[in-house]
Design a protein around this ligand. Sequence first.
Ligand code: GLU
Length: 375
Amino acid sequence: MAALTSLQAPDIRHAKRLVVKIGSALLVDRATGLKQGWLSALALDVADAKRRGADVVLVSSGSIALGRKVLNLGDGALTLEQSQAAAAVGQIRLARAYEEVLAPHGITTGQVLVTLEDTEDRRRYLNSRATMETLLGLGVVPIVNENDTVATDEIRFGDNDRLAAQIAVTCGADQLILLSDVDGFYSANPKEDPSAVRFDLVEKITAQIEAMAGDPISGMSKGGMKTKLLAAKTAVAGGCAMAIMEGSVLRPLTALAEGANRTWFVAHSDPQQARKRWINAMKPRGELRLDAGAVTALRAGKSLLPAGVTSIAGTFGRGDPVAILDPAGLVLGKGLVRYTAAEAKAIAGHRSGEIERILGYQGRAALVHRDDMVL
Ligand code: GLU
């Protein structure tokens, strides 16, 4: 029989950019509050990953769980306003807890609070992408959570599994680890069905796999298998592999590296390829025509500066897709533009250093950044 091509599980020790999602139940004990020992051990794992050269982003739940304890809101269901109040009180403690465990390792943390709109609106998406890139470039470990204090039901992610997947794709991560209360993805709910088997590796999220995901099961955390599978779909489509594992052991990332139970959802492209495909699939809202010098610069992998643009057509906003044309009007590629059509018209043909004088504020130097471009 012909040898089967066996797909390799990703190795966390090879991650270049790692996003780790931490669920409330791992971090907060209803009776005693923050699980300091667990968090300090996690910090050792984060420090190891940083030492190996990986960028690390932590998406952490726990603000509401921490805040409700401080505010003595009891164990029952909270109203939206109570959750928002609890988040306001809990988030400040949550961020400080991470800062305190990571600082001794020489790691600087930053707090990033996002809403669904920040990742869905292209303009805001580009902004949060640029901010994350800058933070990671400076060696910071961003501590991300949903901005629960302002997010109302319609504009909420609601669960940090999907938020973590969005963040992973936004910042071009290659691995996403969901630290959870289950040790992987099962063919059925293992708490109900003794014949349920755990997958080591999911190569493709088929309709059959989707049918296996039940509804949310655990009490404290919001994400059941359904939301985890949605997260996996987002991550994998963005070129990011995703693992689900039980996170309550001390140093879960070390345990993962050493072969702990988990399910890996394999990605079939890398984040850069996935992003190019995503941009390529968009319908352009306008056109930028370049001079010959700009064409050469783009071919050499440079960003598109306003100086190289000779004419602009269409009405587009910041973050919209535009077609990039050569001097003869032939389509050269596509990209996400960082200025509105009106602004782009005003600065076209000018050096980036003149942007502030023309527009009245200091915008970004490139009209289309090379990361947001496909040729
Ligand atoms: N953002 C919420 C919090 O920090 C948690 C959402 C979740 O657990 O998925 O409390």
